[in-house]
Design a protein around this ligand. Structure first.
Ligand code: 4AD
Ligand code: MG
Length: 428
């Protein structure tokens, strides 16, 4: 039976064992070869001693190149000096595949070089830690939704209409018709609440955003939810409970990975509800006081969100934005503002959720779409939803990579997606 590194490091395996994985690195000194073996669960040191194994085994050990895939037969040995406290005293090594000279050497490489070699770089232990944290985020989100009675649904990606405005649409030739890659599942989720009441989806969303920032991808994973009967307040409760739950779960389940990335799991433990709330008007006043040149009606960018986040140590909501800077589907609060809110991460990591109560008035929606220059016929099905048993409802979209980036505190959003798509990159 093959054991995995994590099992051995947990101290529950003793005696003869077999492991398989990849050579993370190896060095030889004083008649001992030290192999750091990597599998999907961690790293463990394997030692091969010249005077304890047949000559051919020692030769095989000496010949191992970085990233060769191997099977190690040996004995588990508790050893304080070994990383993780355990090592394998190897007796036999089988080479499954001897790797050619690996382009990513254990030294500094440029960012572009590593992105060109992303298909290999994702083997790094740092990337693995991040991907495991992302998995915990997504699993926790799903668990929370199920606990709250939401049903996961599978909305389409090829669409005939925009959700978030025409300027960031990826166009597609759909058998001679113009189609778009989805920016958001929202409109189709809205259709599904009339059957299931509470739905959510996890889909890729696409934004043809040329802006090269540290928080924009052209393809990202969107966790979106929509709930019948939920008003603006209930929508905020759902969001803060969800995000807080994710933070607790990640702190519990991925403490080691967080520490490996230099993050304190206790920080996430402090992300308890309720999250602070400010209105857009208050945000404008705060920014003015902080010396920012802002005016009512402007949209906030990275710098404004960063400045506001210096006032909070938890994610916080900015509520009631001016109508003209938000999407057509947000319910009007008064003449000038909407029942929409963004959830902003602390420490300058920016917006992680956008959500709102939805406009239910058929006429208002048609007017808003016209103002946006949209073709009404493409939205006919959506407008139908306001004709047959319309109900108040709300929803939101969470940018998975935005959330994971804040949790992991990575420099760039592309650090938290295995194969990033940005304006100048869609390879590998
Ligand atoms: O604020 P946005 O544009 O809202 C919507 O798409 C709504 N229709 C969602 C809904 O109500 N169902 O996007 C939602 C979130 C943002 O808060 C941000 O976290 C993330 O999606 N996001 C991006 N993440 C990475 N790269 C980009 N280019 C992103 N654009 C938005
Ligand atoms: Mg937004």
């Amino acid at each position: 039976m093959f054991r995995r590194v994590k099992e051995i490091l947990s101290g529950n395996v003793s005696g003869e064992t077999k492991l398989r994985g990849w050579v993370y690195n190896s060095r030889s000194s004083g008649g001992i070869v030290f192999i750091l073996l990597r599998d999907g669960t961690g790293l463990i040191q394997c030692t091969v001693k010249k005077d304890e194994v047949p000559e051919d085994v020692f030769k095989t050990a000496e010949s191992l190149s970085q990233e060769s895939s191997i099977i190690v037969h040996g004995e588990v040995n508790k050893d304080e000096r070994a990383p993780g406290g355990y090592e394998i005293k190897a007796k036999k090594i089988e080479i499954v595949h001897k790797a050619e000279e690996y382009p990513i050497a254990p030294k500094e490489h440029g960012v572009e070089f590593l992105l060109d070699n992303r298909h290999l770089h994702i083997r790094s232990v740092k990337m693995q830690a991040i991907m495991r944290i992302k998995d915990a985020v997504m699993t926790a989100a799903r668990d929370w939704f199920h606990k709250e009675g939401f049903v996961e649904v599978t909305p389409p990606i090829i669409l005939k209409q925009a959700c978030e405005g025409g300027s960031t649409l990826f166009k597609l030739d759909y058998f001679g018709h113009e189609a778009y890659l989805s920016q958001s599942a929202q409109l189709h989720l809205e259709a599904m609440i009339f059957g299931l009441e509470k739905v959510y989806s996890v889909t890729p969303s696409f934004r043809a955003e040329k802006s090269r920032t540290r928080r924009h991808l052209t393809e990202y994973w969107h966790i979106e939810a929509e709930a019948a009967w939920a008003d603006f307040e209930e929508n905020l409760r759902i969001q803060e409970e969800l995000v807080s739950y994710i933070c607790q779960r990640v702190a519990d389940e991925r403490a080691e990975d967080l520490k490996f990335l230099g993050q304190d799991p206790n920080y996430l433990k402090k992300m308890t509800t309720p999250f602070p709330r400010i209105t857009y008007d208050e945000a404008i006043e705060m920014l003015k006081k902080d010396g920012f040149d802002v005016y009512w009606g402007m949209d906030f960018g990275t710098e404004e969100e960063r400045q506001l986040s210096t006032h909070f140590d938890k994610p916080f909501f900015i509520m009631f934005f001016p109508k003209q800077i938000k999407a057509f589907y947000m319910k009007a609060r008064d003449e000038k503002t909407v029942l929409g809110a963004d959830l902003i991460a602390p420490q300058g990591f920016g917006e992680i959720i956008g959500g709102s109560e939805r406009e239910t008035d058929h006429r208002t929606l048609v007017e808003r779409l016209k103002e946006e220059g949209e073709k009404i016929e493409n939205y006919q099905w959506y407008l139908d939803l306001r004709k047959y048993g319309s109900v108040p409802h709300s929803g939101f979209g969470l940018g998975t990579e935005r959330l994971v980036r804040w949790i992991c505190k990575t420099e760039h959003i592309r650090d938290v997606i295995p194969f990033p798509r940005t304006p100048n990159r869609f390879y590998p």
